[in-house]
Design a protein around this ligand. Structure first.
Ligand code: VG1
Ligand code: CO
Length: 530
């Protein structure tokens, strides 16, 4: 029996504009009649000629509304000429796993159902992200196209009679408008695990955990979930930090809801900043079979991320790239064979093994390094600082502020960045004085396709290499979140053991004064310090 396709009339919804990482809104917004249908149709329409007869991967972090969204996506794909949908069992696929599956099976792309580090549940957030055929998040050109289509949509196509049981692994075949349509429910982890076994030496990691070369390494993992704020940092993963402080475990890690972010802790909760973490991995690729085989072509970080990795690139004689915030900016460089390892200060680390950041990969990389060097996390970090010096880094987040004053603050900062008289200006706090060497609103031109991303954050670069960065978050679902990033470099080894907050305090104060942040946001304290 062939199933019928219906064309349903609809009206555009405002604000279906993907942010740093997909469209994120309250669940209640996605639950409005036609809201999710509209956006899914816009994604498919934006694919143009690549849509007909293609295969798409669908899955997400398992948060509330995920299964309903999968059902809608399958029905709309069926009606739009998609040949096959590969969906994670019970709707579950981590973000790195979606990327892995898209690449392994050469599909046209995938739809990821996650709001990542935003809380989930009926009264919290949902998100939909589109990934392209390289397995990475759609670039700006694609998300802009989706948004443009969303502003004028008048109808979507749907096949309501495609009923699938996504709890059972296997293929389900349909005839839609006389065309074959397949839904294949896949295991949520098998492809990904196989791939990790190729990349890493599992034997070495197993020996480390079992203590083949000494004490067994006890590991504690917190796979955070959408019921809380699943952001793996010292504030939101406080229970992991507390458990690690007790000293029973040698290694601790937390992931966000969709598994692409990670936080690494050593014995007694010794904290590894994400900026250091990616630099350490880049410096220790000898212990990872994937890099022994493929070499390291280049390194990269997002603009606000601490510059520790730049020093590794310099020593290794490879290129280093500074891209805007968001993983989508790494993809072209990887596809062009110019980038192997990259990271963001927001607890994202990854490599060209896929096109998403990958929390599980980062933990396996760390365990490989600990095994290979027979050192603790803290020892690895100290040895890194001895070689390269230490980039002290902190980020202050002011979550859920009122939008208007925050936009005002950013435009005042933007005006400063265009004001030549700011250069050379001295800023002091206590005994510390910094001189502004450069101030700009970060602009990036993709070296591969020439695409330009403007106004990606105001950077204040000091003459001693210290930096202050301000930008607004693009992943919130309401209000504005201001992020202030502070970095300072020290090469005097007596400073390495100091507390980062203490070292950075003067620069934090200077940044707060310069931006008048408290006045604009009405906040005396940040919501989160990482
Ligand atoms: C945040 C992070 C950014 C990250 C993005 C998506 O964006 O700062 O580095 O790529 O989240 O991560 P923003 O615009 O809020 O600063 V995830 O794990 O939410 O996909
Ligand atoms: Co995430």
């Amino acid at each position: 029996m062939t199933l019928k396709v219906y064309t349903k009339a609809t009206k555009p919804f405002e604000g279906q504009k993907p942010g740093t990482s997909g469209l994120r809104k309250a669940v209640k917004v996605f639950q409005q009649e036609n809201y999710t249908e509209n956006f899914v149709q816009c994604i498919l329409s934006a694919m143009g000629g690549a849509l007909s007869g293609c295969t798409l991967v669908v899955g997400g972090d398992g948060r509330y509304f995920g299964k309903e969204a999968v059902d809608i996506i399958i029905k709309i794909c069926a009606a739009n000429g998609v040949r096959k949908v590969m969906v994670g069992q019970n709707s579950i696929l981590s973000t790195p796993c979606v990327s892995c599956v898209i690449r392994k099976y050469n599909t046209a792309g995938g739809i990821v159902l996650t709001a990542s580090h935003n809380p989930g549940g009926p009264n919290a957030d949902f998100g939909i992200k589109f990934n392209i055929s390289n397995g990475g998040p759609a670039p700006d050109a694609v998300t802009n196209k989706i948004y443009e289509i969303s502003k004028n949509i008048v109808e979507y196509r749907i096949c309501p009679e495609v009923h699938c049981d996504i709890s059972v692994i296997g293929k389900q075949e349909f005839l839609v408008d006389s065309r074959p349509f397949t839904v294949e429910v896949i295991d949520s982890v098998v492809d990904y695990v196989e791939y990790m076994k190729e990349i890493f030496d599992f034997r070495a990691i197993k020996d480390l955990l079992h203590g083949a070369a000494g004490q067994p390494l006890k590991v504690l993992i917190n796979a955070m979930h959408g019921g809380h704020h699943p952001d793996p940092n010292l504030t939101y993963a406080a229970d992991l930090v507390k458990a690690m402080q007790e000293g029973d475990y040698g290694f601790g890690a937390a992931f966000d809801g969709d598994g692409d972010r990670n936080m690494i802790l050593g014995h007694k909760a010794f904290f590894v900043t994400p900026s250091d973490s990616v630099a350490v991995i880049a410096d220790n690729t000898d212990y990872i079979p994937y890099f022994k085989k493929n070499g390291v072509k280049g390194l990269a970080r997002s603009m606000p991320t601490g510059c520790a990795i730049d020093r590794v690139a310099e020593k290794k004689g490879v290129e280093v790239f500074e891209v805007p915030t968001g993983w989508k900016y790494f993809g072209n460089l990887m596809d062009a064979g110019r980038l192997s390892i990259c990271g963001e200060e927001s607890f994202g680390t990854g490599s060209d093994h896929i096109r998403e950041k990958d929390g599980i990969w980062a933990v396996l990389a760390w365990l490989s390094i600990l095994a290979g060097r027979n050192m603790s996390v803290e020892q690895v970090l100290h040895s890194h600082w001895e070689t390269y010096g230490r980039n002290f880094f902190t980020r202050y987040d002011y979550e859920n502020c009122e939008s208007d004053p925050c936009n005002k603050m950013m435009s005042v900062l933007d005006a400063m960045s265009g004001d030549a008289s700011m250069v050379g200006k001295q800023l002091s706090h206590g005994e510390k004085t910094y001189t502004i060497a450069k101030i700009d609103n970060f602009e990036y031109q993709d070296p591969i396709d020439g695409a330009v991303a403007k106004k990606q954050g105001v950077r204040i670069l000091m003459s001693d290499g210290s930096r202050v960065v301000f930008r607004l978050s693009g992943t919130g679902s309401s209000g504005a979140t201001v992020r202030m990033y502070i970095e300072s470099y020290e090469s005097d080894s007596s400073t390495y053991t100091k507390d980062a907050q203490e070292v950075l305090k003067p620069l934090v104060e200077i940044a707060l004064q310069l931006s008048k942040l408290s006045e604009y946001t009405g906040r005396q304290q940040p919501t989160v310090i990482t």
